[in-house]
Design a protein around this ligand. Sequence first.
Ligand code: PLP
Length: 430
Amino acid sequence: MSISSKWNRRSFLGGLGVAASSLFGARKLSAWPGAPPAREEKWPDLVKVTGFGSTGNVYEELGVAPLINGQGTMTMLGGSLIPAEVETVMGYAAQHFVSIPELEVAAGKKIAEMLKLPAGYTGLVTSGAAGAMTCGYAGVLTGDNEEFIKRLPDLTGMKSEVIIQKSHRYPFDHQIRATGVKLVEIETREDLRNAISPRTAMLHFTNYLNDEGQIKVDEWVKLSRQYKLPCFNDAAADTPPISRLWDYVNMGYDLVAFSGGKDIRGPQCAGLLLGREDLIHYALLNNSPYEDTIGRGQKIGKEEIVGMVKALELFLASDQKAMLELYWSQLDTVSHEVTKIPGVSTAYHYDPNQIANNTVGMDIYWDPRRISLSSEDALEELRKGKPSIVMVGGRHGDGLGLTPWQLKPGEEKIIARRVSEILRAHRASS
Ligand SMILES: *Cc1c(COP(=O)(O)O)cnc(C)c1O
C-alpha cells in the first residue's frame, strides 16, 4: 500500500498525525491502522493541508523549535506523545456530535470495566489530574445540590475544610483550595483526630509524598473509614506500574486522580478521576460541559474523552518490561559513547518501588580536572543546540541526568553525539 493511498484513508486529525510523523521521523507508517474512518459521507479523498501546517512541521512554522525530551513527562514540555492509534481514534471522535454527559458516563463505565474496578465504582475523564481534583472536591462539597454547585467557591451551607498532612502540601493543592475549602494541616494521628469536625469534607493524600508523612497510604484510608469521611488520593504521575490504576481504589480510596497525558500517553489535556459512582456523578455535575460550575473552565472534549479510553486500553496491554529494556538500551548507547571521553563516567539508577515517575535513568559525570563545565552550562548548550535537547542536572554535583522514557527510538544517538561534542569542547587545556 502506497503512502498516498494511506493518506486517502486518513481522517483530518490522522492526516496531521502523518505529517507529524514525517517531522519527527520515528513513527512507522505500518503502525497506523489502515481501516477507513466509520462515517457516512465521504471525507475528501486526500486531506491536503495548505497554508499553516503545509510543511508538516507546525512548530517550526510558528518559529518554535521542537525538543528532544530527555527529562520526562513534563506538562511544560508537552507531557508525552500520544500513540498513532490514539490520534486516529481522536480523529474519529472529531467527526460526530454527541451528548458530552452521556459520553462521559459511558466512557467512565468502560474505563471501570477495563480496570476491573469493584462494583459501585466508575471513572470520569477530566482535563487532567489537576482538573480531577477540582471537580472531585467540588462534588464532595455540593453533592447534586444545584444551588451549592452554582455557589462555589462560596461554601455557605456546605462543609469547608479538607485535612492534609503538613508534609503533603504541594503546588497542586491549589486545585483543592480553588473550591473554597481551607486546608487543615496535621502531622500525627492525634492531630488528625483533633482536627476532625463537622466542617471536615474530606481527607487528602498526596501519593508521591507517602514517605514524607507519618501516616502512610494504607493507614490514611483506614483512618478515613474510622472517622466516616471520604478520602482522596492524588496519584497523578504514579503509573507505571500499571497496577497502580486499581491499587488505591481497591485499598478503599473514594476518589483517585491520574494524569492522562503523562506516561499513560493519552491526550495531553486529559486525566482520570476514579471512584465511587455517587462522587463521580457529583464531580461531573461540577465540571464542563455544565455552565455556572467551578469546573466549566476545565473543558474536556469528545476527542480527549475517546482518546483517553484508547490510550488506557493500549497502556493496559503494553509490555512494560520490554519498554524498560528499550530504555536501558538507550541509556547503554549514550553511556557507551560518552565514556569514551577520558574522565567521563555514568551511573544508572532505577528504583522499582518509586512512587511517581517510576522509570530508569542515568547520570553522566566528569572529572573537573579534565573537563571544565558546569551542569548549567552543559544544559544550556544542549538546549540551544540543533536539535534542541532537554535534560536535567546530575543528582550529585556537576553532571547531566537523562531519563529516556519519553525519547523516541533513535533520539538517544543524537543525545550521545551532542553530549560528547559538548564535553569534548570543554576539555581542560593543561
Ligand atoms: C502532574 C501532576 C498533577 C497534575 O496533573 P495534570 O494531569 O497535568 O493535570 C497533579 N498532581 C501531581 C502529583 C502531579 O505529578
